[in-house]
Design a protein around this ligand. Structure first.
Ligand SMILES: Nc1ncnc2c1ncn2[C@@H]1O[C@H](COP(=O)(O)OP(=O)(O)OP(=O)(O)O)[C@@H](O)[C@H]1O
Ligand SMILES: [Mg+2]
Length: 238
């Protein structure tokens, strides 16, 4: 039997706001097998982004256990966490988070600055990644000179720089038109096809075609599909 690649046990993220406690995640248990494509669904505020942030080591949990491969994130100090993020995780956000003053090539090459790679090697790798996302002919364009879908593909190329085993994408098609969105989805599906473990937060039903697994969140907890459907139905009727 294959072992889960990501294990989450009793994961909580609470925020103190004045006198109130916001339970962004309130006891999440999950096991994600390697080389799966998981779609995370849930209403606004249900904790989807929080879950992705914690999985990616961008933020720390209030309590609970979190491990990826054989690495436990809970006990890591800031340096170990930074190394984990860089080596294991690739992030794609809804708003592409590209540096406006840099070209597509420079944006992709940028994260490699911290990996002890020469400038020539960085450019070569960045070109190869831009080719992989179908943007060889846009290497010298700045973000404002690219369409939304192209910007997102640059962001995906950048996420691949350190050859991460996990891709975390938070509504990667949320700001895109239908056909750009389809291209980005296909790219994520290809990454899954090449052996990565992919987790995508999305409202886009077209993403389901690629999903091997689904996770439903309600109020910071994982629920069954049936529970989720009836809660969504109820909120529509009210
Ligand atoms: N820094 C913070 N301080 C206080 N509360 C927060 C903070 N970040 C998130 N929250 C709260 O935690 C809950 C979960 O937020 P999260 O961003 O994970 O939701 P989401 O499911 O991604 O929603 P959306 O679909 O709107 O992006 C929300 O109620 C939010 O208001
Ligand atoms: Mg969110």
């Amino acid at each position: 039997m294959e072992k889960p690649f990501i294990r989450v046990t009793g994961l909580k993220k609470h925020y103190q706001m004045g006198g109130a406690t916001v339970r962004a995640l309130d006891g999440v248990d999950l096991e994600i097998m390697p080389n799966t494509f998981t779609v995370v669904m849930g209403p606004s505020g249900s904790g989807k982004s929080t879950l992705l942030y914690l999985l990616g080591g961008l933020d720390r949990a209030t309590s609970g256990e979190l491990s990826v491969g054989d690495q436990s994130l809970t006990g890591m100090d800031e340096n170990q966490l930074a190394l984990f993020r860089r080596r294991t995780m690739g992030f794609v956000f809804q708003s592409f988070n590209l540096v406006p003053s840099m070209t597509a090539l420079e944006n992709v090459a940028f994260p490699m600055q911290f990996a002890g790679v020469t400038s020539a090697q960085r450019s070569q790798k960045a070109r190869q990644l831009l080719e992989q996302v179908g943007l060889s002919d846009r290497a010298d364009h700045r973000p404002t000179e690219l369409s939304g879908g192209q910007q997102q593909r640059v962001a995906i190329a950048r996420a691949l720089v350190n050859d991460p085993s996990v891709i975390l994408a938070d509504e990667p098609t949320g700001n895109l038109d239908t056909s750009s969105g389809a291209a980005v989805m296909q790219l994520l599906a290809d990454l899954h096809g090449s052996g990565r473990t992919v987790l995508v937060v999305t409202h886009d039903p077209r993403m389901m075609r690629f999903a091997t697994h689904q996770i439903y969140l309600l109020d910071g907890r994982v629920v069954s599909e049936a529970e989720y459907q009836s809660a969504v139905l109820e909120s529509v009727q009210n």
